[in-house]
Design a protein. Structure first.
Length: 64
């Protein structure tokens, strides 16, 4: 699975980086971005799923 963020939805709430710091961080304006390259490990995927359900803007996607 790979993580992505829809930048048109992201409002810079930072839940992604808080719950999955090995998958996401935030840019200089506070908007989320994906730092993990390639397929997520099981641990990254678990954290990314928590981030996905926590993002109030539903900006995070996990795709095969
Ligand atoms: S949690 Fe959602 S809204 Fe907040 S920075 Fe991450 S992707 Fe953007």
């Amino acid at each position: 699975m790979k993580a992505s963020i829809d930048s048109s939805r992201c409002e810079g709430r930072k839940y992604c980086a808080r719950f999955a710091p090995s998958v996401f961080d935030v840019d200089e304006w506070g908007y989320g971005r994906v730092t993990a390259t390639g397929d997520l490990t099981d641990a990254q995927l678990a954290d990314a799923q928590t981030a996905l359900t926590s993002c109030p803007e539903q900006a995070i996607s996990l795709t095969p």
